[in-house]
Design a protein around this ligand. Structure first.
Ligand code: ATP
Ligand code: MG
Length: 887
């Protein structure tokens, strides 16, 4: 069975059981502060489990892209070494939100595996939770045990502890016991030798967990205690690639048709073969896995970068580059060439891969190039470190009482600095060290790593209290599209403390005019007033798991009163002006540059807007002007806002609304139209484009390969921009004696300046000629050497000319010239080449030693060198000392 069919059979099975099939959510999470990437099928549905939103159907099934590379689930180091853990994988899941529970979940899982996929029952084992004696004092999950008994022999039902059979979303929130389904795909002989039961959860590559059924029945509170959930939920996750391995009768995920085309391509490009030797195989598995993770992430809008989620992606790609470099001998970029096969193979299920293929290739290629450069410069650094140690051994020998191997060590600090500043991996440092008979102090490295982790943990440590619920009104309604003020009641609040911000309060209201950060637009600020004139400032507004949270420095005094919530109108007006301008800019870019332009990120603040988009060359000045004119024409056209707050997603797309990759949309969406600009958007806009007043681009540049960034301003900021330009202009004009035509006056000034410079140069040349004549007669004879040490009133290049000129006329010269310019001293030393050779004299050495008199330093070649210093008073002393070099 091909992988495509395996996936679609799963979905259609649950469709028949009345589940709605939904597409995979984007992998990068935007409104969950506890999680960077979706790491299990349930992550996109958290808001349903928390009761913050309602799903379209109580039964849902999907295939979700998951990434396990950070936080609680981090499989990165396993990937490549084993054959069944990936960074990116698909998790097939079926969900019940307060609908069916253990009985159906178990029965259907069994039916699907044994009747639809026809997996031999004798290959399967299941586990149930055995209960716990710790503080939670949980009973064994006898319910699950009894349901399983109806399908599978009792000796195939194993009991497991909390680690394997109790699932928690995080430190807080819904959780419950789970049942795992394991499969044993070993040969009959091996099964006869070792019982499968003994290999469950023992990291055996052919006895693996394929499906986990989680029964969510508790809620974990901030104080660590558990309470029963009123609505019980089902959350299941089956590893798609592992299922393919079982159904395709192979022994490794990498031998399924999910991976073989990529592996064939790696073999073709590198000339290596998969399946012959372990280091090569590991490298090939690493690369075939990582290219998927990186490509999907870029398609979802998360580019490699220096911070946060982008940095995680960068590290994955670098890991792949590093394995290719060391084990496949690839010293030039090649991973980007795998994107073609990948998008071919998976494009049907994930069309974003096809739509963004070129961008993905460009970004990966540039990252590869830059990391390969890092690797080469890192290798040079390591070689330099080893050279210093080798020289010390050569000069001083091995210190008494120590062995040679104790000295030939790259310190943990050096290895860590390489890793920390340029991402140079420790294992590569070790490899190079070993090739040169060195070792690396790994313990020291780990210590440095731990120190850094402690530092960043201390900086980001936060503690979050449980919510205090004041009343149980439904989810907070957002009324901010129509008004900046509303009477609100506090429904819940909690305290969040961190080193960085101190104590903050998070407030939730029954209704709110405050816009929560989202869609690139910053959150609203404002105040909360009670009837007694008390005011609490709202510093920011964010959405978390679908709840609108207001951040306040203080808790309101009278919690149960009605408050007047007022959004800062200045903040809001300027922000909405920039938001609408962003839409017009997006439209302009597609018209002026072409339809390949995709939005890749935006930031809309009161002060300015920033817009990132895919485009492969610099935007020319003419194009920028055209774009600016296009936007301003629409501002002058006074286009009214036409919005539709609730349109079915499919209908909006059919009508031509622009949607973004990597954005999570609901079933109904809001559309925003200004003339021909028509987008899906939840943000705040002006009522009429005329409110923007004017649009001005202030910068254009590259942020990554194939990604450009435009920064622009509107409204008041444009006025300020022109005002400040105007002020500068008047200042310049007054400096030009209020010339009628300042441009012309400035040009004249420049011309005059050039003419004067030329005249000075000519004068200096004349002067040098005269000086030369004088100097010749001043040369002294010291031990057969023509010597002169003198202060001259010339600049550095004039002195150099004279020295070289004298050098071409006389042999056996030793000259030291000094000059003082702008309060600084300069020494120049010239020594004829034959003196350098015969007497071992060195001009560099001379200026370095004499440099101390002028408090400076310098260097150069043995026959000519200069030193600069900040103490001109020392010039005479330096000149006086010069003779000692030849005496
Ligand atoms: P394992 O112990 O094998 O790491 P897990 O307990 O971490 O698995 P769950 O968190 O229960 O797995 O995830 C549900 C299913 O997702 C697993 O049964 C497995 O089939 C699949 N899965 C988990 N992690 C990975 C991974 N890194 N790569 C591929 N599939 C995975
Ligand atoms: Mg795991």
């Amino acid at each position: 069975m091909k992988s495509q069919e395996i996936r679609s059979k799963f979905l259609s099975f649950f469709e028949q059981k009345k589940h709605s099939i939904v597409p995979s959510a984007p992998m990068v999470l935007k409104d969950d502060p506890t999680l960077m990437f979706v790491n299990s099928g349930m992550a996109p549905f958290k808001e349903y489990f928390l009761g913050n939103a309602k799903p379209i159907n109580n039964r849902i099934a999907d295939s979700q892209k998951c990434l396990r590379v950070s936080g609680k689930h981090n499989d990165l180091e396993e990937v490549g070494y084993d054959t069944y853990h990936h960074t990116l994988f698909e998790m097939l899941g079926n969900w019940s939100f307060g609908d069916y529970f253990k009985k159906e979940a178990i029965a259907w899982a069994w039916e699907l595996l044994t009747e639809v996929y026809r997996i031999d029952k004798n290959m399967l084992y299941v586990t149930v939770f055995e209960g716990s004696n710790d503080v939670d004092k949980l009973p064994m999950d006898t319910e699950a045990y009894d349901f399983w008994k109806q399908h599978i022999a009792e000796d195939r039902i194993l009991k497991g502890d909390k680690k394997d059979n109790f699932w928690e979303m995080g430190d807080q929130g819904p959780c419950g016991p789970c049942s795992e389904i394991h499969v044993d795909i070993r040969s009959a002989e091996e099964k006869a030798k070792v019982d499968g039961r003994d290999l469950i959860n023992q990291d055996h590559p052919q006895v693996v967990e394929i499906w986990n059924l989680v029964f969510m029945q508790y809620n974990r509170k901030a104080n660590g205690s558990l309470e029963s959930l009123p609505d019980k939920h089902i959350d299941t996750g089956m590893g798609f690639e592992r299922l393919c391995m079982v159904l395709q009768g192979v022994q490794s995920n990498y031998d399924t048709d999910v991976f073989t085309p990529i592996i064939r391509e790696i073999e073709t490009i590198t000339g290596k073969t998969y399946g012959n030797d372990e280091p090569t195989d590991i490298a090939i598995r690493v690369i075939s896995d990582h290219v998927r993770a990186v490509a999907f992430s870029i398609a979802d809008g998360q580019l490699p970068s220096n911070t946060g989620a982008g940095y995680v992606i960068r590290r994955i790609l670098r890991r792949a580059v590093r394995y290719g470099f060391t084990f496949l001998d690839k010293k030039e970029p090649f991973i980007y060439r795998l994107v073609d096969v990948l998008s071919h193979k998976m494009g049907a299920a994930f069309p974003e891969l096809i739509a963004q293929k070129q961008l993905i290739e460009n970004v990966i290629k540039e990252e590869e190039q830059s990391f390969l450069r890092t690797i080469s410069s890192g290798i040079i650094d390591i070689e330099a470190i080893m050279k210093v140690i080798n020289q010390a051994i050569y000069l001083h020998g091995i210190p008494k009482g120590r062995k040679e191997e104790e000295v030939r060590v790259i310190s943990g600090k050096s290895a860590f600095d390489l890793y920390d500043t340029s991402g140079f991996p420790l294992d590569l440092t070790q490899l190079i060290a070993k090739e040169n008979n060195f070792t690396v102090d790994v313990e020291g490295f780990n210590l440095e790593m731990q120190k850094q982790k402690d530092r960043s943990r201390a900086a980001s440590e936060t503690s979050t209290d449980d919510w205090t619920i004041l009343n149980d009104e439904a989810e907070a309604e957002f009324v901010g599209y129509d008004t900046l003020e509303a009477n609100v009641k506090l429904t819940r609040y909690r305290k969040v403390s961190s080193k960085k911000d101190g104590d903050r309060y998070q407030l939730v209201f029954n209704v709110t005019p405050f816009y929560p950060e989202g869609g690139g637009q910053v959150g609203d600020k404002g105040v909360l007033e009670d009837a007694h004139g008390n005011v609490v400032y709202i510093l920011d507004t964010k959405k978390e798991n679908n709840v609108i949270i207001h951040f306040a420095k203080n808790l309101p005094k009278h919690l149960n009163e009605t408050f007047k919530a007022v959004v800062s109108s200045e903040h809001r007006d300027l922000t909405s002006s920039n938001h609408t301008a962003t839409h017009l800019l997006h439209q302009a870019l597609r018209v002026v540059l072409g339809n390949h332009v995709e939005q890749k990120g935006s930031l809309v603040k009161p002060k300015s807007l920033r817009f990132d988009f895919s485009h492969f060359s610099k935007v020319t000045t003419e194009q920028l002007q055209e774009i600016e004119d296009f936007v301003n024409a629409r501002i002058e056209g006074k286009l009214p806002l036409e919005e539709n707050r609730k349109v079915p997603m499919q209908q909006a797309l059919k009508e031509g609304a622009t949607a973004l990759f990597g954005e999570k949309y609901g079933d109904t969406v809001r559309t925003v139209r200004f003339g021909q600009s028509f987008e899906l958007c939840g943000g705040i806009h002006v009522k009429n484009t005329a409110d923007i007043w004017h649009f001005k681009i202030v910068s254009e540049g590259a942020v990554a390969s194939g990604i450009r960034r435009i920064e622009a301003i509107t409204n008041k900021a444009v006025k300020e921009f022109y005002q400040s330009n105007n002020q500068s202009f008047f200042k310049i004009k007054s400096l030009l004696n209020n010339a009628k035509e300042p441009v012309k006056a400035l040009q004249n000034l420049q011309e005059e300046n050039t003419k004067l410079k030329k005249q000075i140069e000519a004068l200096l040349k004349d002067k040098a000629k005269n000086i030369k004549g004088e100097l010749k007669s001043e040369l002294q004879d010291v031990n057969g050497i023509r010597f002169l040490a003198k202060k001259l009133d010339l600049d550095a290049s004039g002195i150099k000319d004279i020295a070289f000129d004298l050098g071409s006329q006389f042999n056996n010269l030793f000259l030291l010239f000094a000059t003082e310019q702008n309060g600084k001293a300069l020494l120049s030393c010239y020594i004829s080449k034959e003196l350098v050779a015969s007497k071992g004299l060195n001009a560099g050495q001379v200026v370095r030693e004499l440099g101390q008199f002028i408090q400076g330093g310098g260097g150069g070649q043995p026959f000519f060198a200069t030193a600069g210093g900040k103490k001109p008073d020392g010039i005479d002393e330096a000149l006086a000392e010069a003779k000692k070099f030849i005496e």
